[in-house]
Design a binder for this molecule. Structure first.
Ligand code: GLN
Length: 198
């Protein structure tokens, strides 16, 4: 049983399946909805969903600046999936590179475009080869973002065609797909190992 307490952002989006994954890996968790919920957690999962809605809710109750501060002072490693990756990025474009920027946590040095593959009907599944993690990982992409560029501190752990889809920054992990929708816990397990969950 891991000794870290994993916070799971639960203001909107697909947090419940992350809860199941964390429970399956025998770790304790706490749902994060208010700034006080950040007390006594060691790491944070930011799930997929609608990044603009999540921002709006978190800005209303002070959770947004609280998470931003914790990320920027490196006291809160995170696992951001899809919308979670978008929120963590330093530069966010809406749909096209020339559209206006949203403001996220500004934590991981990467430039991302939201909904880069099209609308809901352009969502897709594919098998990824994730070296050292899993050879054939069924990855589900739902209105996924694309990482256009990133700082050299970021390690790309997997690509789909040429696009980076699994990225590591310090003790944080980011996916443009939804690992919680796969039948494998390998990516969650990799992150728990990364944050020293022994
Ligand atoms: N398109 C969503 C956004 O911009 C992300 C989609 C997802 O998390 N599956 O926030």
């Amino acid at each position: 049983m891991g000794n870290n307490r994993i916070g799971i952002l639960a203001v909107q989006g697909g947090f419940d399946l992350h809860v199941e994954c964390i429970q399956s890996l025998a770790c304790s968790h706490r749902l994060v909805r208010n700034p006080e919920d950040l007390n006594n957690i060691d790491a944070l999962i930011v799930p997929g969903g609608e990044s603009t809605t999540m921002q709006w809710i978190m800005k209303k109750n002070g959770l947004f600046p609280a998470i931003k501060t914790a990320l920027l002072n490196n006291s809160l490693p995170c696992f951001g999936t899809c919308a979670g990756l978008i929120l963590a990025a330093t530069t966010i474009y809406n749909d096209h590179e020339d559209s206006h920027n949203d403001e996220g946590f500004g934590y991981a040095p990467m430039c991302v475009t939201r909904n880069a593959y099209g609308t809901q009907v352009d969502s897709f599944e594919t098998d990824l080869n994730i070296p050292h993690i899993q050879e054939k990982f069924r990855a589900v992409f739902i209105r996924a973002p694309r990482v256009l560029s990133h700082g050299k501190e970021i390690k790309v752990l997997a690509r789909c065609e040429k696009d980076p889809v699994l990225l590591q920054y310090k003790r944080s992990l980011f996916t443009t797909f939804h690992p919680e929708l796969s039948n494998s816990l390998a990516v969650h397990k990799y992150w728990l190992d990364l944050i020293g969950n022994r």
